[in-house]
Design a binder for this molecule. Structure first.
Ligand code: HEM
Length: 401
């Protein structure tokens, strides 16, 4: 009989010197096989899936639920015996069918490849404005506050119809609930303040519709409460993920000078480069599902009610799927990464994220041909693993003037 590989509670930080790699314990778990037992901090015995094929198959399997009220066990934190309420109306990331489709369907047409391509020019303008400001202020700069956060923040606010002057407020609050460092009270306050703000915004759009996604949605049978939930998901998913990809992606390029040089020399590489950065960094790193019935998976039985951790970042580094998975190779041909997930919850905003990254990375590199870190790489401060979205807290950079 072979011994089952068991992982007990993952570390809350990455190994020093390896800011781009999943925690060593996760890579080690994949070495033992695509599925391991996982002992959650609260004592729940669940599963950790690290292999590409199994992660992908669970994401496509309706016997695994995304419902919030079933996710009682946090992978890194012991919340004790808490009751988790269902997701509020409209927060469809944490719902199954048919509720999920009620909210996703009206949005799909607003985030198509064609619609997002039409936005390219505006994304170019927004990017140029932020680079102008950065250049004017002179080196050094924190790339997170000067570039990575404000660009996706302005884009998603304009798309949804959030007034420009309110951007800072929602940015601060979303940083709190996705940054992985706020205490329970602070987290709750940030979430409640954002909900309150969005409730007022929805009411304003209903009274005076403008030309944006949120106003369009008021012309439907969706209630104000549902619209508030949808807006919350769009704002949080659309800003923090892309912001972290831009900052961590720049850090990764600066740490891989041969790849950076290749991208500078061959600008047409950008589409491939963005896909490879998405795979290599997998900032949306782990998601949870709960088995709704007993499911046979990878030779094991996942019992009904059991929590399953899907490690997207390890799946994207699976040596059985990607050659030399731990190497950043912008010319890589083997696509199909899971950075935007798969199945019914596959990222709705992926075309928007691609447009933003395809515009912003080259614009930054062109504007600052001598861009480099302003501190030793080990001093760059990283988000903890408890953050839903991984990334850097700040990225001090400099350049020659
Ligand atoms: C590089 C940036 C991004 C990454 C890595 C990313 C990643 C993801 C992932 C992994 C999921 C699926 C979660 C699951 O399976 O449970 C997801 C869902 C989602 N994303 Fe993104 N995302 C990005 C940018 C965006 C943007 C710009 C938007 C803009 C609106 C967006 C909106 C959404 C929404 C609404 C969902 C929920 C979809 C559903 O439940 O049907 N994302 N994203």
């Amino acid at each position: 009989m072979t011994m089952e590989h068991t992982v007990t509670t993952l570390p809350t930080a990455r190994r020093s010197g390896c800011p781009f790699d999943p925690p060593a314990e996760l890579i080690d778990a994949r070495r033992h096989g695509p599925i391991s037992r996982y002992l959650f901090p609260d004592g729940h015995q669940g599963w950790l899936i690290t292999g590409y094929d199994l992660v992908r198959s669970v994401l496509a399997d309706s016997r695994f639920s995304s419902r919030k009220e079933l996710m009682r066990h946090h992978p890194l934190i012991d919340y004790g015996d808490i009751e988790v309420p269902p997701a509020p109306p409209g927060e469809f990331l944490l719902m199954d069918e048919p509720q999920h489709s009620r909210y996703r369907k009206p949005l799909v047409g607003k985030f198509t490849v064609r619609r997002m391509r039409l936005l390219t020019e505006r994304v170019e303008q927004i990017t140029a404005e932020h680079l102008d400001a950065m250049e004017k202020a002179g080196p050094p700069a924190d790339l997170v506050t000067a570039f990575a956060k404000p660009i996706p923040s302005v884009v998603i606010c304009e798309l949804l119809g959030v007034p420009y002057e309110d951007r800072g407020f929602f940015q601060d609050n979303i940083d709190k609930f996705l940054g992985g460092e706020a205490g329970d009270e602070e987290l709750f306050a940030a979430y409640t303040a954002t909900q309150q703000y969005l409730a007022e915004l929805v009411a304003a759009k209903r009274a005076n519709p403008t030309d944006d996604v949120l106003s369009d949605l008021t012309d439907s049978d969706l209630t104000d409460e549902e619209l508030r939930g949808m807006a919350l998901i769009l704002l949080s998913a659309g800003y923090d993920t892309t912001a972290n990809m831009l900052a961590l992606g720049t850090f990764a390029l600066l740490q891989n000078p041969d790849q950076l040089a290749a991208l500078r020399a061959e600008p047409t590489l950008i589409d491939q480069a963005v896909e490879e950065l998405l795979r290599y960094l997998s900032v949306a790193k782990t998601f949870m599902r709960t088995a709704l019935e007993d499911v046979e998976l990878g030779g094991r039985t996942i019992a009904a009610g059991t929590s399953v951790i899907l490690s997207l970042n390890t799946a994207n580094r699976d040596p059985e799927r990607f050659a030399d998975p731990h190497v950043l190779d912008l010319r890589r041909q083997d696509g199909g990464h899971l950075a935007f997930s798969h199945g019914i919850h596959q990222c709705l905003g992926q075309q928007l994220a691609r447009v933003e990254m395809r515009v912003a990375f080259p614009a930054l590199l062109n504007r600052f041909p001598t861009l480099r870190l302003a501190v030793p790489a080990e001093e760059v401060s990283l988000r903890p693993e408890t953050a839903d979205i991984y990334g850097v807290k700040s990225l001090p950079v400099t350049w020659d003037v």
